[in-house]
Design a protein around this ligand. Sequence first.
Ligand SMILES: Nc1ncnc2c1ncn2[C@@H]1O[C@H](COP(=O)(O)OP(=O)(O)OP(=O)(O)O)[C@@H](O)[C@H]1O
Ligand SMILES: [Mg+2]
Length: 255
Amino acid sequence: MTDDGTPALTLEAVGVRYPDGTEALDGVTLHLAAGEFTAVVGPSGCGKSTLLRLAAGLLKPTAGTVARASDRLGFVFQDPTLLPWRSVRRNVELSGELTGVPARERRARAEDALRRVGLSHVADALPGTLSGGMRMRVSLARTLTGRPELMLFDEPFGSVDEITRARLGDDLQELFAADGFAGLLVTHSVAEAVYLSQRVVVMADRPGRVVGEVAVPLPYPRLPEVRFSPAFTALTSQVTALLQGGTADRIEVAA
Ligand SMILES: Nc1ncnc2c1ncn2[C@@H]1O[C@H](COP(=O)(O)OP(=O)(O)OP(=O)(O)O)[C@@H](O)[C@H]1O
Ligand SMILES: [Mg+2]
């Protein structure tokens, strides 16, 4: 991990204008400390995926600068993007294959990652025989094999049911606690954003920009029942107020 105070990710006054003239982002400044988990919420089309593509280096900004402390990067998309003809184990080995990790090492990393997401028992299965939640775990395991210092999540649990989604969130929290990667999580769920992160960044559209942020001082590990606490409710209200175009800075929240 980078522990010298260098942010894991720095965006300074970033703008993105797509070739067709769409102004996807304007004046976005965001610093993600090493080991910090930040969530991003905002209306559809406000530039959240664009922000993650910038963070991943898949897209260059048309204004401002983007810097990452490490190239050890993991990206988890809404769709698990597994190869249907490869076993679960060989899907998890894929990132290692692509980056030239020797066979024995990548097999060991895959076994370890599958154990961590609770899927050792289906290592030989094909993805088509798994549930949506399990497929998402395979995708998470594949990302973990690269030992990322920065994890980017683009609505990773959007396609699974609510109970599975909550379980995946708890698994993610455990992995975060153990590995200490910096995380940037895009989600449509305000509750999920607050539950998982140390800070929620709120965006608005036209042009895509950051309109505020809410610090989440709740201690980890967060247990499911924290969702019913007054502090949690106050935090989700603050985020919702920002999403609706208001301000959130006058509400007092006790940790
Ligand atoms: N390759 C592209 N070319 C032109 N416009 C694009 C491109 N990709 C995205 N856009 C536009 O940029 C804006 C931001 O898109 P983006 O996908 O980042 O939004 P988002 O916040 O992730 O939305 P959602 O919540 O629906 O996933 C939208 O207006 C979108 O139509
Ligand atoms: Mg998106």
